[in-house]
Design a protein around this ligand. Structure first.
Ligand code: HEC
Length: 171
């Protein structure tokens, strides 16, 4: 083979390899799929717990809100080294400023969820380790929520007023 032909073959081969590796990191990577499934499970557990606590234990404004209990739970889970979860505000009027979307991922995620998406994710690399960042919407699930968050009343059923923002190591 002539030189130019060898170089062309090498170059095309390299491009295909890069395309395969690039595609793999998102859609077809089984490790990402497993992590995504764990997010789905955690999301059901956390949201079910918040709804059950609110339904059975939160009766007036002086009771400990399920949101505050969830934030304490999330801190304990992070301390134990499992994963990170943040309870985010999507209305621009949070009870606590700390619950506003913080970085680029959280801001883009809240914008996507508010526009009607049911899920938003991104694979990131930190200190050589891959993480799945994922966000799911939090609608006003019951009338009781408006007892402490009166501005939720102006939101339509199913419209997100908040989100859960996850960061899980991809193993
Ligand atoms: C008893 C009062 C109370 C009730 C009822 C309540 N919350 Fe909250 N919520 C709070 C407080 C206080 C915080 C701030 C917690 C913190 O940051 O420590 C909060 C935080 C939040 C946040 C994070 C954004 C923010 O405003 O700081 C969301 C989202 C949220 N609540 C949604 C809900 C939903 C959905 C319901 C109904 C299932 C609900 N809340 C019911 C008091 C309440």
């Amino acid at each position: 083979m002539r030189h130019w032909a060898v170089w062309t073959v090498l170059l095309l081969g390299g491009l295909v390899a890069v395309a395969v590796a690039g595609g793999r990191s998102e859609k077809n990577d089984p490790a990402v799929a497993r992590t995504r499934k764990t997010v789905r499970m955690l999301d059901d557990i956390y949201k079910t717990a918040v709804v059950l606590i609110t339904k059975h234990y939160v009766n007036d404004e002086s009771d400990l809100p399920a949101g505050s209990a969830a934030i304490a739970l999330f801190a304990a889970i992070k301390d134990k080294g499992w994963h990170e979860v943040r309870l985010l505000d999507a209305t621009g009027e949070p009870m606590e400023e700390a619950n506003l979307p913080r970085d680029e991922f959280e801001k883009s995620a809240v914008a996507a969820l508010k526009s009607g998406k049911s899920y938003y994710e991104q694979v990131v690399v930190k200190n050589g380790r891959r993480y799945l960042r994922a966000a799911t919407p939090l609608p006003v699930v019951m009338k009781k929520c408006t007892m402490c968050h009166p501005h939720y009343e102006s939101y339509k059923k199913g419209e997100p007023i908040g989100a859960l923002s996850y960061t899980l190591p991809i193993e």
